[in-house]
Design a protein around this ligand. Structure first.
Ligand code: ATP
Ligand code: MG
Length: 332
């Protein structure tokens, strides 16, 4: 059986990295697999979130997923906190995972920054909750951006140790699905940093809700180098900003980077940025319009999430019961 699970945090504006690295692939997978897609609100609170802003962001991210083309009838679409089994299994994962494993997680180091003593325990333990998100459905495949690869490896380690410790063949060893030409979209201001919702600078990313003018402005200001675009993919080596923009173009146009460079190689960035703006606007504008339409009726979004929660709970509860039996947690 193939079952897909993936999630997105309601930590701010959905951006082009989320779309090209994850959401667009979810839309493409939904016809062929049983899929669960989750707005992971409990992950969001590992760093401070204003409650009213968080509530709004949960609805907005849901609207983004629907507007991008996820069918809430075909897929199970819900927010994490409405399915308590995620947090319940996360406790078991906390007890299976080793401190040393979590100490190696690069995302924690990046997000905690210099003041690690002051980071929340939740931020440190986050990968265990992510493992639980996946394992509570015995998901076999997880479509994500490249930044989540290490967390997926940890999920497999937890699954394997659980199976070994209890002498069972219970959890599958989940495979990541890292698809497309833009699996790691970089910041527009700094080619060595990934594009993130939580980046302080709005000019570092293209949001799915940006207007055509804003997209044009952000791409105009995007960092580049003084050379024209290379003719070949090898010519992108050592040019992270150029590689990033060409990768974005390729993903948006559904071409390979080589095909893009065959067309635009030798152009100065100014001309290329104009073409990229038109392309980005043509892909994002319809999603943007549909998101605004959906956000005008928050009740309808809540109804989608309620229906998803009911269906997700129905899958998760029996699996949690099996896990409790395996572990020896008496269910009198
Ligand atoms: P945050 O900064 O709060 O962690 P984020 O921008 O990293 O937000 P997430 O909600 O953590 O977004 O990730 C949602 C999905 O988008 C994941 O599958 C992740 O791998 C993917 N993703 C996030 N950023 C990028 C990126 N820059 N390029 C490609 N995929 C990305
Ligand atoms: Mg992230």
């Amino acid at each position: 059986m193939n079952r897909i699970f993936s999630g997105v945090q309601p930590t701010g504006n959905l951006h082009l990295g989320n779309y090209l690295g994850a959401i667009r692939n979810w839309v493409r997978l939904q016809s062929d697999y049983e899929c669960l897609f989750c707005v992971v609100d409990q992950h969001a609170i590992t760093v401070w979130q204003d409650p009213a802003t968080l509530r709004h962001a949960i609805r907005e991210v849901t609207a983004g997923l629907l507007a991008a083309g996820l069918d809430p009838k075909k897929n199970v679409l819900f927010n994490q906190s409405t399915v308590p089994a995620h947090a319940q299994l996360a406790w078991v994962c906390n007890c299976v995972a080793r401190m040393g494993w979590l100490n190696r997680m690069t995302q924690f180091k990046e997000k905690a920054g210099k003041n690690r003593e002051n980071a929340s325990v939740g931020l440190f333990a986050y990968p265990n909750l992510m493992a639980a998100d996946i394992l509570i459905y015995k998901a076999t495949h997880v479509p994500v951006g490249e930044d989540q690869k290490q967390h997926l490896e940890l999920t497999r380690d937890i699954a394997q140790k659980f199976n070994n410790d209890y002498g069972v063949d219970f959890f599958p060893l989940t495979e990541p699905l890292i698809l497309g030409e833009a699996t790691r979209v970089m910041s527009l201001r700094d080619g060595s940093k990934k594009m993130s919702k939580s980046d302080e600078s709005d000019f570092s990313r293209i949001n799915m809700t940006d207007t055509a003018d804003t997209i044009a402005q952000k791409l105009k200001k995007a960092k580049t180098d003084p050379e024209p675009l290379p003719e070949t993919v090898e010519g992108l080596d050592g040019r992270p900003e150029a590689a990033n923009l060409v990768g974005i173009y390729a993903a948006l146009a559904d071409l390979t980077r080589a095909e893009v460079l065959a067309r635009v190689g030798g152009q100065p960035f100014s001309a290329f940025k104009n073409e990229l703006t038109d392309l980005a606007v043509s892909v994002l504008q319809p999603i943007n319009t549909e998101m605004a339409r959906l956000m005008a009726d928050p009740g309808a979004i809540d109804a989608v999430l309620r229906d998803g929660a009911e269906r997700a709970n129905a899958i998760a509860q029996p699996i949690l019961a099996d896990i409790y039996d395996i572990v020896g947690l008496l269910r009198p």
